[in-house]
Design a protein around this ligand. Structure first.
Ligand SMILES: [Fe+2]
Length: 342
């Protein structure tokens, strides 16, 4: 078996491959590591068959939808997952087969309603149901401490003591544990009485994870993260360096339209000399009158150099094939001490 554990911050994802057939599955992939997973698949000569999310993640961005699409493989989740892009939904006890790998789904709700653990030979992928020295929280949407109790004590802790535990998170750099070790040492599992366990979970009073709304929005609906939207726009847009623009203004700048897309007060307070004003909110509405020449060379600029990338990508889509975005925004321009007009 080929086994790669990929840690991203506190998130753990797993690439498991069958040596006999080169079939592979990827469990709980993280959006920022797509190129890394691709590299691992290539390095091991593996063919991805399934991409699996153990549950709807609330604290990081899943790469499942993007990878499922890129590799043409099913996104696997529990049948209760709200994600419209989950195209293979498992019930408790279902087995997923990839080459000689067999992964049995155990429905282990509590952290979320759609949480499942995956039992594979000598190991179990516990998602956020059972962590090393902890458990997933049960206070986020669809969480339930009663269900978590049952999933832990009636399902996972009944597995053989030597079963290896690979969780979806570890914040202390540990790779795995065993059911026996968790039973013995995990502080939360010492509360073996249901009422005590539920009371402990309800008293935790944890902070909401960063990006909660965005993670739920994207993981539940398959929508894009803001960073993804920006990086997709950046991938199809060339940029102009601040210094390049500084050298070009003042020369024969009729060749170049500097399009400032900020709001009027920001534009009035200080802009690149000769810049033309067309706020992003009015871009599509006024583009035909404001930019009559589709062959013009245009550089878009905004305050931080992010929204200008979206604007340049939009202009390219609209047929302004020479639109580029300023690399860095007006903030960086001012900080560089480059000329301003107001
Ligand atoms: Fe989670």
């Amino acid at each position: 078996m080929i086994f790669e554990q990929v840690a991203t911050g506190g998130c753990q994802s797993y690439l498991v491959g069958c040596e006999a057939t080169q079939a592979a599955v990827l469990i709980d992939p993280e959006l920022s590591r797509i190129d890394h997973y691709r590299g691992l698949l290539t390095r091991h000569g593996l063919t991805l068959k399934y991409v699996i999310d153990t549950h709807t993640h609330a604290d990081h961005f899943s790469a499942s939808k993007a990878l499922g699409k890129a590799f043409g493989v099913p996104v696997v989740m529990h049948r209760l997952s709200p994600a419209p892009h989950a195209d293979l939904r498992l019930d408790d006890g279902d087995t997923l087969i990839a080459g000689e790998l067999k992964l049995k789904a155990l429905h282990t709700p509590g952290h979320t309603r759609d949480s499942m653990s995956l039992l594979m030979g000598d190991r179990v992928f516990t998602g956020d149901t059972l962590l090393i020295g902890g458990t997933g929280r049960s206070d986020l949407p669809t969480g339930d401490p009663h269900q978590l109790y049952e999933s832990l004590f009636d399902v996972l802790l009944r597995l053989p003591a030597e079963t290896l535990v690979f969780p979806a998170h570890d914040y202390k750099g540990r790779s795995h544990s065993t059911i026996g070790a968790e039973k013995a040492d995990n502080p939360r599992l010492q509360k073996t009485d249901r009422a005590d366990f539920v009371a402990m979970m309800e008293a935790l009073d944890l902070q909401a994870p960063t990006h909660l709304t965005e993670a739920l929005r994207t993981n539940m609906s398959g929508g894009k993260t803001v960073a993804q939207l920006l990086s997709e726009a950046a991938a199809r847009t060339p940029f102009m360096a601040l210094e390049e623009l500084k050298d070009r203004i003042g020369g024969n700048s009729r060749d170049l339209i500097v399009l400032d897309i900020r709001e009027k007060d920001a534009f009035d307070a200080g802009r690149v000399p000769g810049a033309k004003h067309l706020p992003r909110g009015q871009l599509e509405l006024r583009v035909n009158t404001e930019l009559p020449d589709p062959t013009a060379r245009i550089v878009t600029c905004c305050e931080f150099g992010k929204i200008s990338t979206l604007a340049a990508a939009t202009l390219r889509e609209l047929g302004y094939t020479r639109a580029v975005a300023l690399d860095g925004g007006m903030k960086a321009w001012r900080e560089a001490g480059y000329p301003l007009e107001n």
